[in-house]
Design a protein around this ligand. Sequence first.
Ligand code: THU
Length: 146
Amino acid sequence: MFNLTQTQQQDLLTAARLARAQAYAPYSGYRVGAAVLDDQGRIHAGCNVENAAYPEGLCAEAAALAAMVLAGTTRAHAVLVVGSGDETGAGWTTPCGGCRQKLREFGSPDLVIISANGAAIGPSFTLAQLLPDSFGPDHLPPRLPD
Ligand code: THU
């Protein structure tokens, strides 16, 4: 498992909490922020962005991954997710199934996933724990570059 320093964990928490404050969640009221640590030690944040056409909503993790790709990196080491569990009593937020697969695209099965909320840091997982026997880019045959 990729080992995070205390500083990296704290920086991820700060970035994800700031991102969560920007969440657009008028339909669920469930605000989420996510922060990804890339292979260069940089942090990319995202928030959930809902839509009146409900299925078109975007998860915070997907937004953070898009920010990482925009910044020119396609390898993630860790992601920290700040949900609304402390407000709703619903427990820790872990990435939805779709986001677990999105994380798989840019991270190894060792990718660290940390749950947090407005009050505390919660449990950590590896992607392999949350998405066992996963399918990723390494399963596909090599393609000619674009
Ligand atoms: N959501 C996220 O952004 N990330 C998660 O890990 C779980 C769920 C969002 C989707 C939707 O906008 C709201 O939270 C309620 O499901």
